[in-house]
Write a protein that binds this ligand. Sequence first.
Ligand SMILES: CC(C)(COP(=O)(O)OP(=O)(O)OC[C@H]1O[C@@H](n2cnc3c(N)ncnc32)[C@H](O)[C@@H]1OP(=O)(O)O)[C@@H](O)C(=O)NCCC(=O)NCCS
Length: 165
Amino acid sequence: MMGFFGRLFSKILAKAEPALSDAQPRDAAAIAALHAASFRRGWSDQEVEGLLIDRSVIAQRALIGRAFAGFIMSRVAADEAEILSVAVARSQQGRGLARQLLNLHLRRLAGLGVRTVFLEVDEHNTPAIKLYGRAGFREVSRRANYYPLAGGKTAAALVLRRDIG
Ligand SMILES: CC(C)(COP(=O)(O)OP(=O)(O)OC[C@H]1O[C@@H](n2cnc3c(N)ncnc32)[C@H](O)[C@@H]1OP(=O)(O)O)[C@@H](O)C(=O)NCCC(=O)NCCS
């Protein structure tokens, strides 16, 4: 059970300002753990490490104190990029961290000469749809029956696009 100092420390950490920076291969395990907690299909540590050392992949992370609080990752091909994943630790959600990560990420992509950014999002993922809508992404197509759901149901993927740079 968490004692007084543990609870105090958690409260202090929860209020601490996040520090955003480029993700490194040594972040692979933390990213894999957060990805697994956030999505139905997890990524192994090895898969994430492979992505982080791939020169066409760029990623940023957010730390709060020493705690890993979020990441965002894209693959770049010529002047286009696809956002592969973004996730924020549950305890840190709803305080603008994904928005900060996305803003930094889009600046980094623009700096690399990217002009157009795409991504796929589950039609029912309200926080993500709000996040991208506010950042200027617009729906360009819809892939029906794309994500498998429990009970044999499916959800569509919305393909979103934003021009940058
Ligand atoms: C999507 C996700 C990254 C957002 O992270 P976050 O740090 O909580 O997002 P922000 O605080 O920057 O808020 C972004 C928007 O989502 C809204 N939002 C956040 N949590 C929400 C919730 N539980 N329900 C509804 N809207 C929510 C915020 O209000 C904000 O919208 P607004 O600007 O209109 O107010 C986070 O929910 C997450 O990690 N989800 C699991 C992984 C995932 O689905 N990733 C996206 C895949 S495409």
